[in-house]
Design a protein around this ligand. Structure first.
Ligand code: ZN
Length: 335
């Protein structure tokens, strides 16, 4: 149904009309990681195929977009008016496979891009624990039967564990148990963790890679150290920002000035922390174009995903979806 409506909109010239009407509303695109195996089927929002990403960048180039930095977006805001067709490419988290899966396409068109980096799994080079557990249980679709010599045996009476049982136990035992638990799970289900390390599957960039990517022009900005923010009190949230800032400065030699809320979530009183840290912008995952009325510390983004078709992508980019959304909300209010 959506495809039919969008095709009709395109047919009647609404795409180009919407693009003109919304030309001064910046687009901030949001990406995450790249799939090295079947992760795009497990979580298409977090792991896009590199072919999908390359196609999207080719479309941006074809449509005449020239992605700029967040500093440029900020400059335009301070100058009192956003420029026409301003577009920013942002990449969240710091997944290892973005190096081979995103950088070539960005370089091909000489596009600016920003990586919002969570530093914990850069410093601690092991697969991201929670997501790896969900991935293994998704892939093998069965419970995990504990071996007699399992590191979990002393802490549970259960013989067969679901993913939630494993995560609850891991949370109780602390992060030192995460890698031993994951090693047991991988061995049980028949996955080779050494090959994950090699391919970068469910891994973050190494510190050396972050430094190298920054030197190649990728802007490295803040995303908290442990990917935690909205759930924390003000003191802990501030510590997350400060630690993240410290690691980024160590790796890049630069002070980060832009922030992305982990999972896009925040508490209103946390915005003061960002002002105290003298941050220029912060982004959420509210799916929308930027408006001149938006607060610089809660900027929306267009969240791309491997399941989004090129037609849907174009509908978001041109602003057709924005116009359809505002029409729907007007109708709802009217009714
Ligand atoms: Zn994130």
């Amino acid at each position: 149904m959506k495809t039919v409506i969008l095709t009709l909109c395109q047919w009647f010239g609404l795409f180009s009309l919407a693009k003109k009407m919304t030309a001064r509303r910046p687009r901030i695109l949001c990406y995450h990681g790249i799939s090295v195996d079947d992760e795009y089927q497990f979580s298409p929002g977090v792991f896009m195929r590199s072919s999908t990403f390359a196609r999207r960048m080719a479309l941006l180039a074809k449509w005449g977009y020239k992605p700029v930095s967040l500093d440029e977006l900020y400059r335009q805001n301070q100058a009192g008016q956003y420029g026409k067709n301003t577009l920013v490419v942002t990449i969240d988290d710091g997944w290892a496979a973005i190096e081979h899966g995103m950088l070539p396409a960005l370089k091909k068109y000489n596009f600016n891009a920003t990586l919002y980096l969570s530093s914990y799994f850069v410093i601690n080079q092991r697969p991201v624990f929670k997501l790896s557990c969900y991935y293994l249980f998704w892939k093998y679709q069965g419970p995990f039967t504990l071996a007699a010599n399992s590191c979990l045996t002393p802490y549970t009476r259960l013989q067969q564990l679901t993913v939630n049982d494993v995560l609850a136990l891991a949370a109780e035992l602390g992060s030192a148990y995460e890698q031993p638990i994951l090693a047991e799970l991988a061995a049980y289900f028949g996955e080779d963790l050494a090959s994950w390390q090699h391919s970068g599957k469910l891994m973050f960039l190494t510190p050396e890679k972050v430094t190298a990517l920054a030197a190649r022009g990728l802007a490295i900005e803040l995303h908290t150290h442990r990917h935690k923010f909205s759930e924390l009190n003000l003191t802990d949230a501030q510590t997350e920002l400060i630690n993240n800032q410290r690691y980024i400065t160590q790796l890049t030699g630069k002070k980060a000035q832009h922030f992305c809320f982990p999972r896009g979530e925040y508490q209103q009183q946390q915005l003061d922390l960002l002002t105290q840290q003298q941050l220029k912008t912060a982004t959420t995952t509210e799916n929308e174009l930027v408006s001149k009325h938006d607060h610089l510390l809660t900027l929306p983004r267009l969240v791309d995903n491997d399941k989004v078709s090129d037609l849907e992508f174009e509908a978001e980019l041109t602003g057709v979806m924005t116009l359809l959304r505002s029409a729907t909300s007007l109708l709802k209010r009217g009714g």
